[in-house]
Design a binder for this molecule. Structure first.
Ligand code: AMP
Length: 398
């Protein structure tokens, strides 16, 4: 269990509560294209409103690199959040995030009201965790609640620094839920425990593989990262993604898995093309025999069957990273097969944020999973066994 102060431990009636949310939602032409993170933030906001708090919300959005960028304003989030909550959310625009108009708006708040501040990354101090901005944020409130799981792996002013200057801090419901699901799955899994890793780079997931090898019964590797393992097995991978400097590491990992009695699966077959695009000729070959000039963009039918069989018997599954270039419909089949297998088993199924969460939601399997994480980078760092600074900074339970 998470030994941090939570919403239940707070007395918020009439108090100003600054809540760090993760409203870093994808936008296209100023419109929110995926509102999952807004929906996920609602339980904490609603509980605070109900308890009579004056709720001041903050978040980052994208990477404005320390200066105001109107296309990364949180204004559209205030509108969507108000619609979802069925109550006004006052967006207090200030390019410095805090300032005279913000102080005035906060002073005029009544119990149960909500305001949203501008993108915290408009300030250059934010990502450097500099005290002046942390202090300015803290001065707005009596209590700080961190509910931004997706940003909890970053030590920034609004996730970590601010806790130094507020009287009281706690984690929100989303943060609790994320850590409970991910933590239970990794540390107390019902067995067999299967982890599936995919995506483009081995180097991003080295520490995840290392950590999980001590915990899982089966490790499945797909996506672009599989070809480095194929080369380590003596295969030829043509123009597929390959990290030459990680081949030795991949070989070592497969040896370690053997020594630990962990089943280690890489794709036996691969869908290959000569061009990196959707509308192009493709065929399926052995993963170890990809001809020059061709590249693997998805796992083949035989691999889908082997992976699905391994998933079938599992009681706990964690999945991070797509099996292929799922953004191209012709190469989304492997990712879809894995998503479908997870949707249909009677097991704890955890999707670790980022592209695999996007794929699962996009393919319509999101609500069939036990938990779809809102944090890509944060869930990866959690799976590495690292302590998340945004969580560590919150007060312990008394
Ligand atoms: P990551 O950010 O490392 O989780 O990688 C996700 C990205 O990996 C997605 O955009 C996929 O399109 C890409 N990807 C997955 N499989 C392959 C592959 N075989 N070749 C190239 N890119 C891939």
């Amino acid at each position: 269990m998470l030994n941090k102060k939570s919403i239940e431990d707070l007395n918020v009636k009439g108090k100003k509560v600054l809540v760090r949310c993760d409203f870093n939602v994808p936008l296209a032409d100023g419109k929110i294209t995926d509102e999952n993170r807004i929906v996920a933030a609602m339980p904490t906001i609603q509980a605070l409103v109900k308890a009579g708090a004056r709720v001041i919300l903050c978040s980052h959005m994208g990477k404005p690199k320390g200066e105001p960028k109107s296309e990364l304003s949180l204004a559209p989030v205030a509108v969507r959040l108000a619609e979802k909550l069925g109550q006004p959310v006052l967006f207090v625009k200030n390019d410095a995030v805090v300032g005279e108009n913000v102080t005035k708006a906060v002073a005029e708040m009544k119990d149960g009201e909500i305001i949203l501040l501008e993108n915290t990354r408009y300030r250059k101090e934010e990502t450097k965790n500099e005290d002046n901005f942390s202090k300015e944020l803290a001065e707005l409130a009596d209590i700080f609640v961190n509910d931004a799981f997706g940003s909890s792996h970053r030590a920034h002013c609004s996730t970590v620094g601010v806790t130094k200057f507020v009287k009281e801090s706690a984690v929100g419901y989303l943060m609790q839920k994320e850590i409970e699901f991910l933590g239970n799955a990794v540390n107390h899994p019902e067995r067999p425990f299967v982890a599936i890793l995919g995506g483009s780079k081995v180097s991003d997931k080295i520490n995840v593989i290392k950590n999980l090898l001590d915990k899982v019964d089966t490790l499945i590797i797909g996506g672009g990262m599989a070809y480095t393992f194929a080369v380590a097995k003596g295969g030829k991978v043509g123009n597929s993604l390959l990290e030459e400097d990680k081949v030795e590491y991949a070989r070592q990992m497969m040896e370690d898995a053997k020594a630990k009695g962990v089943k280690f699966l890489i794709p036996v077959d691969t869908v290959i093309t000569q061009e990196f695009k959707n509308d192009t000729a493709f065929k399926t070959v052995s993963t170890l025999e990809i001809p020059d000039g061709w590249q693997g963009l998805d796992i083949g039918e035989e691999s889908r069957k082997i992976f699905t069989d391994a998933i079938q018997g599992a009681k706990t599954v964690i999945w991070n990273g797509p099996m292929g270039v799922f953004e191209f419909e012709n190469f989304a089949g492997g990712t879809r097969a894995v998503a479908e297998a997870l949707a249909n088993i009677d097991a704890v199924t955890i999707i670790g944020g980022g592209d695999s969460a996007a794929a699962v939601n996009q393919m319509g399997f999101g609500d069939k999973m036990t938990h779809v994480s809102t944090g890509g980078g944060a869930s990866l760092e959690f799976l590495e066994g690292k302590e998340l600074p945004g969580v560590a900074a919150v007060e312990d339970k008394e």
